[in-house]
Design a protein around this ligand. Structure first.
Ligand code: DP6
Length: 392
């Protein structure tokens, strides 16, 4: 059997300047530029295999082993169409075999539980696009591929690069200037690390897609954020990254997380993504930074929250043990989920009375990771599909 197949993996990214709002919901064009840190695929990733063969009778997709319907006109269908369009160009200009007319089978797998509430769509769509690009041997750059991943899920366009990545909002109505670019590779600032605090949450939150649309329709504060706040922050945080200036990076990251949650609150009806535990973690980081700066030290940590209660804490590698110790002290995890890092005394000058010690499990577990690389092309041994195109 002539097997056309490719497997790739793609990373998760967590924004420090948040994307929140679309000016075009079909093309997924944002109301503001955004900027993220790509996290290490050794810890969190989506892996995707795509295959094409003349014997296939329709496009099919399996997510974590469960088949998903590819509805006509859906974001998924758009990504398939767009990838075929790029392949046809190569077939016409370079006389490559016309495999774009065959159907495609795709299997995708996340190595982290979707139940953890971590955004899986960004890694998922980035892996889908990079795997079909490898299958079709496309010559396109990551920025060009990001135009397509963007139409799967906005934040996915930033997972086409490692390191520090900007999604330029663009102004064109066709979206051709709305793509991701690398601000700096991971090697530029490899010390940037992250502690993800997985916070328990029982209620089903508002999805990003629905929530941001309601914000666009009802929030007056969003207009101020788009026009006055984000452009300046994009410039300043880009410079902070280039200068490896953690202090400025941390200040802007926390301010922008606050601004995003403020426009969510300014939505009608209001949207609350952070809960009491999320807010207690904010207080913990604020006190940790206060104690450090009061002693003439630097800012040591920056919190940021997406459309859910989980905290992502960015810090330099050298401060991670102290931060893990601090979080574990106030938010103890069940024995099985506890990090191996020790039970040290609290940092000097830290006011222990500012936060109450929470019950076991308020933070379910901590994921320790760091800045990572972009999508990887894997060998045949990593395939998720068998020779007949069905999940292994
Ligand atoms: C809060 O990319 O999930 O994580 O484009 O509708 O799929 P859609 O939304 P999505 O929104 C992400 C919002 C965010 C901020 C960010 O990642 O920049």
């Amino acid at each position: 059997m002539a097997l056309y197949q490719a497997t790739t993996s793609a990373p998760v990214n967590i924004a420090v300047i948040k994307y929140w709002g679309k000016r075009d919901t079909k093309l997924i064009l944002p109301t503001n530029s955004s900027l993220s840190v790509t996290l290490d695929q050794d810890d969190l990733k989506a892996t995707t295999t795509s295959q094409t063969d003349p014997s296939f009778s329709k496009d099919r997709l399996w997510l974590n082993g469960v088949e998903e319907e590819i509805k006509p006109g859906s974001r998924l269908a758009t990504c398939f169409e767009e990838m075929r369009r790029l392949r046809r160009k190569v077939e016409q200009s370079q006389g490559e075999p016309a495999i774009s007319q065959w159907f495609i089978h795709v299997a995708s797998f996340n190595n982290f539980p979707t139940a953890a509430g971590l955004a899986s769509s960004a890694a998922g769509f980035a892996a889908l696009v990079s795997s079909i690009a490898a299958l079709y041997k496309l010559p396109n750059s990551p920025s060009e591929l990001s135009l397509i991943a963007r139409q799967g899920s906005g934040s996915a366009c930033r997972s086409l690069f490692g390191g520090f990545v900007a999604w330029q909002a663009g102004t064109a109505t066709d979206g051709l200037d709305s793509y991701a670019v690398e601000v700096a590779p991971r090697e530029h600032w490899p010390e940037i690390s992250a502690v993800i605090c997985v916070v328990s949450d029982h209620k089903k939150g508002t999805s990003s897609t629905a929530g941001m649309q309601r914000t666009v329709e009802t929030s007056t504060l969003l207009q101020h954020r788009i026009k006055e706040v984000v452009p300046q922050r994009m410039t300043n945080i880009t410079k902070a990254i280039k200068d490896r200036d953690f202090d400025t990076f941390a200040r802007i990251t926390m301010a922008d997380s606050n601004s995003f949650h403020a426009v969510a609150l300014d939505t009608e009806p209001p949207i609350f993504y952070m809960n009491d535990v999320s807010r207690a973690i904010v207080n913990l980081i604020v006190e940790y930074n206060r104690a450090s700066t009061a002693a003439g030290g630097p800012l040591k940590a920056a919190y940021t929250y997406d459309a859910g209660p989980n905290a992502v804490i960015y810090a330099l590698k050298e401060h991670i043990p102290e931060i893990v110790n601090l979080v574990s002290h106030y938010f103890p995890q069940a024995e099985s989920a506890r990090s191996p890092l020790g039970a040290e005394p609290l940092p000097a000058g830290f006011n222990a009375n500012i936060i109450v010690k929470h019950d076991v499990g308020a933070v379910k577990n901590l994921i320790l990771t760091r800045v990572g690389d972009g999508p990887r092309v894997l060998g045949a041994e990593a395939s998720l599909l068998d020779k007949t195109g069905l999940p292994l």
